[in-house]
Design a protein around this ligand. Sequence first.
Ligand code: SAM
Length: 285
Amino acid sequence: MELWYTENHTENVKFSIKVDRQLMTMQSEFQRIDIFESNEFGRILTLDGYLMVTEKDEYIYHEMITHVPMATNPDIKNVLVVGGGDGGTVRELCRYSTIEKIDLVEIDRMVVDACREYLPSLACSLDDKRVTIHYEDGMRFVRNAPDNKYDLIIVDSTDPFGVGEGLFTKEFYGNCCRSLTEEGILVNQHESTFYDSYANSMKRAHSRIKDFFSTALVYQAHIPTYPSGHWLFGFASKKYDPRADLNAEWWNSLGLVTKYYNTILHKGCFAIPNNVRNTLRETYK
Ligand code: SAM
């Protein structure tokens, strides 16, 4: 008998991965948490049936959401990660000795516990002494965050519905802007424009971010297991243009070994195709 994990990318498009076995399933206060073992993609974390990370391609997402801002501003010391309970983003951040403090705000403790047990290659840095985990709603956390505290905020959230919905609102982005320093950078997982449902939420999120930041761009990566495979990230800042302000020489001097990100791709990933530009035309200059 074959066992398959399937995610509906739209009502008419299904994405399936053959799985060997289900390693765990539990219902938290916020969502259903499942972890599968597969031959092709290794272990897979899903939340409410939506694919979050796989062992095989998670490095693409976590390298791109972290190294693009880090290579733009070498002086980043104080970081906030909202969501990110699998630990992959924190793992990449902890590779920088220049970072002094990381606040991880994850609403669901059960996600962290499950990833510590079943996805140790992602959760391996959650006990780094610079990391503080706050188990609460990221929207409430930034509402109460002091002004000018963070050099970088990374929003590594689920999709803009359910428990993650609040992380795509004007209030949330406004509070992120307030709690960032004058050199602050906001990076967020920014869905895709390929399918209408995702495109509409991304258009709304992008125009909200534009209201607070003088620079608000999107960049792209190829992530095979995400809807359409063409995934976007938002880059917003009060001071930096990530293309012009890239510190390639500094970043390369760190000797960080990556499987996807490099400082050539850093510039290229902001050259987005017309179908994305057209979708964002009214907000993306
Ligand atoms: N890389 C994945 C993606 O792009 O979909 C995201 C991975 S991470 C598992 C997403 C995390 O965001 C989940 O653990 C979820 O519990 C958390 N999350 C969702 N809404 C949240 C909120 N309002 N506050 C804090 N964490 C939240």
